[in-house]
Ligand binder design. Structure first.
Ligand code: PRX
Length: 656
């Protein structure tokens, strides 16, 4: 497997420095004053800059309340509505006929919504949700693929002060059920199905299966994606989206003013326990953070055309497809389906046809483009592009160079943005056109962000020494757990350090990182038992629970590895001694993952081993398995209980 392996990002390597291209001239951050220095000096008042990008129904009277640290509260006393900030105020500012959303369907369809259209449909859906009994503070689960109806429904929830809970459409019914019941949802929005490579896939059946297990039934709204050729039966308490929109077309639903500290949405992520964890973001801080970073990191001004390839089921889709860019009044491109269907020209056609100026994707996608070859981007006009972004995993210097040269024609700065579901918005990144870039390193913390690399005890480490990435000062778009989630959020993320002022808290990101002399941070990877597959963060415990539920499997470990350019999932399992039907078990393990988690998590290989490598305390040593998957040499010093298993695993892996 070694030949085809993608590069790995080495943290100990010295980074080359690249100056920002001088042709990048739309820089909104260039003010003549170093923003980092000013934000340091004026912290926390500097964050008034972010709040000033929003329209407030009532101004806040306290910028930062730290009485209940680390449950900080931002913009206390302020009231605003997120949908009003993303739509209504643009109408008043003369952007009624400007395109807000441009959807590129899989079947060569294009749908365009001006800010006026968006306002009309969001309002109609908001009225429809109310009709079905959804009230302020209720939760609505959205289980939709990349259709315009997804951001529209998110904004409709926000308009009436309901929280949305978007569940990735690729998840299986079990995963949907868990996320729906865990948030006590009052309604579900889904669709009849989706096309995959020309074949209609049934989405509603998955939603119905989850609904059948829910303790009490809730109303379901069904979007028609498949068209009249695929008739869908609606059961009791199920409503056609189009009929609701027709019925409430032109309805007057004034945006409900929310406290800045009121929750805007839930989203699920994976933490060290591996269970899906309910994350919550507060209206004011989150919107201020996403709007501010959309401006300073993505350089978005009203009317700019922007495309982010992220699925809306993940936080990137929330912050940088919906809230940030729409709060900035940008034109957002939304592309349904795979970038390789119907052929490999599709991404470049989308950029060319829409005149995309800012493009944001992941290293995995860029590596796929690299594999396809430079002739594809070269065949299209990309002169509209002026800024490129990447997120989700470390980008190696070679991938960075390819992106810079073959996509950006050495004209476009690249922002390598580090952040998390929990942080809500970008935390570490270069400022485009201002900062030098170092391929492979994400860059320094953004203005106002205090990131430190520390050891186990929270002591700051000098440049060059790898440790835990932590954030010391609060930031506006930070996680804002519900009262009932505070206990585990505190245990999972926060540490108070005793060697300094008693009220100083550190937020532990769960990432390992190293900082250089210039303050540029290189991300090494996750420190906890979480795997990132295709840029989706999954808890190993959740995956392993699905695997060990298979009859005959005794123990399992799931790791991510990069073979062939994409990050894939690999399973190592031990089985009962008398089991000889290995192929059957392999199939059963794959089926269990597909049915409990979803097809996107299908493992690339399942390896049976007599034992898993373990520490003396009996914890699975994931690092050993990762090293094997990545065909790397193992350090001798690994403190294993059963070091003899390593050689055996290596030979099992090669014969796999
Ligand atoms: O490990 C880091 C990695 O993705 C994790 C966050 O995952 P999630 O909450 O799903 O959000 C993904 C999109 C923000 C981080 O803890 N990560 C994110 N961005 C980068 C990154 N690793 C390296 N470089 C990045 N730019």
């Amino acid at each position: 497997m070694a030949e085809d392996r993608s590069e790995r990002v080495s943290w100990s390597e010295k980074r080359e420095t690249r100056s920002p291209p001088s042709t990048f001239d739309r820089d909104t951050t260039r003010t003549g004053v170093d923003p980092r220095e000013r934000f340091d000096r004026e912290w926390p008042d500097c964050w008034a800059d972010a709040a000033a990008l929003l329209e407030w129904t009532e101004p806040y009277d306290e910028l930062l309340d730290d009485d209940d640290a680390p449950f900080y509260r931002w913009f206390v006393g302020g009231r605003l509505n997120a949908a009003e900030n993303c739509i209504d105020r643009h109408l008043e500012a003369g952007r009624k006929t400007q395109v807000a959303l441009r959807w590129e369907g899989k079947r060569d369809e294009q749908r365009t919504y001006t800010y006026h259209d968006l306002h009309r449909e969001v309002t109609a859906v908001a009225a429809g949700l109310r009709e079905l009994g959804v009230e302020e503070n209720d939760v609505v689960t959205l289980y939709l693929p990349t259709l315009p109806e997804l951001p529209i429904t998110m904004l409709a929830c926000a308009r009436i002060g309901a929280l949305h809970n978007v569940v990735f459409a690729g998840f299986a019914p079990d995963a949907l059920l868990e996320r729906m019941s865990g948030t006590d949802s009052s309604a579900l929005v889904t669709c009849d199905g989706a096309f995959r490579d020309g074949v209609a896939i049934d989405q509603k059946r998955k939603a119905d299966a989850a609904m059948a297990e829910l303790e009490s039934t809730i109303p379901t709204i069904v979007v028609d994606r498949l068209g009249p050729a695929n008739e869908t039966q609606l059961g009791p308490d199920q409503y056609a989206y189009d009929e609701l929109v027709d019925r409430f077309d032109g309805a007057d639903v004034p945006p409900v003013p929310r406290n800045a500290t009121d929750p805007l949405f839930h989203i699920h992520t994976s933490g060290t326990t591996g269970e899906p964890q309910r994350m919550t973001h507060a209206t004011g801080g989150y919107l201020a953070g996403t709007a501010w970073t959309s401006r300073t990191v993505f350089d978005l001004s009203p009317g700019d055309t922007y495309w982010c390839t992220a699925d809306l089921g993940w936080v990137t889709g929330h912050s940088y497809v919906v809230y940030g860019p729409l709060a900035r009044g940008a034109t957002v491109v939304l592309a349904e389906g795979s970038l390789r269907y119907p052929d490999r020209h599709r991404p470049w056609e989308i950029i060319e046809r829409n005149g995309v100026e800012v493009f944001y994707t992941t290293p995995g996608v860029i590596r796929t483009f690299m594999k396809w070859g430079e002739s594809f981007p070269a065949a299209h006009d990309r002169s509209s592009l002026r800024l490129l972004g990447t997120v989700g995993e470390p980008i190696g210097p070679d991938t960075w160079e390819w992106y810079y040269t073959h996509v950006g024609d050495e004209r476009c700065p690249i922002v390598d943005t580090w952040w998390q579901t929990e942080t809500g918005a970008v935390m570490l990144s270069t400022l485009p056109g201002v900062d030098e870039m170092k391929p492979g390193a994400v860059g320094p913390p953004l203005p106002g962000i205090d990131a430190r690399v520390v050891d186990e005890d929270g002591r700051e480490l000098p440049p060059g020494e790898p440790g835990y990435l932590t954030i010391t000062k609060p930031w506006p778009s930070m996680l804002s757990p519900l009262e009932s989630d505070r206990y585990w959020v505190l245990a999972e993320y926060w540490q108070q350090f005793s060697d300094r002022r008693a009220d100083t808290w550190r937020y532990f990101t769960g990432d390992r990182a190293v900082v250089d002399e210039d303050g540029y941070v290189t991300i090494i990877g996750r420190a906890d038992d979480v795997v990132t597959v295709g840029n989706r963060r999954l808890g190993t415990a959740e995956l392993e629970a699905a695997i060990t539920a298979v009859d005959g499997v005794t123990e399992a470990a799931a790791v991510a590895g990069s073979t062939g350019g994409d990050t894939d999932l690999y399973v190592f399992a031990t089985i009962e001694q008398d089991r000889t039907d290995r192929d059957g078990l392999r199939g059963a393990i794959t089926d269990a993952i597909v049915s409990r988690i979803g097809r996107f998590a299908e493992p690339a290989a399942v390896v049976f081993t007599p034992e898993l490598p373990e520490t003396h305390s009996g914890k699975t040593m994931y690092r050993v398995l990762e090293t094997i998957v990545d065909d790397e040499r193992l350090e001798d010093s690994e403190p294993l209980r059963n070091p003899e298993i390593v050689g055996e695993l290596e030979s099992l892996w090669t014969t796999e």
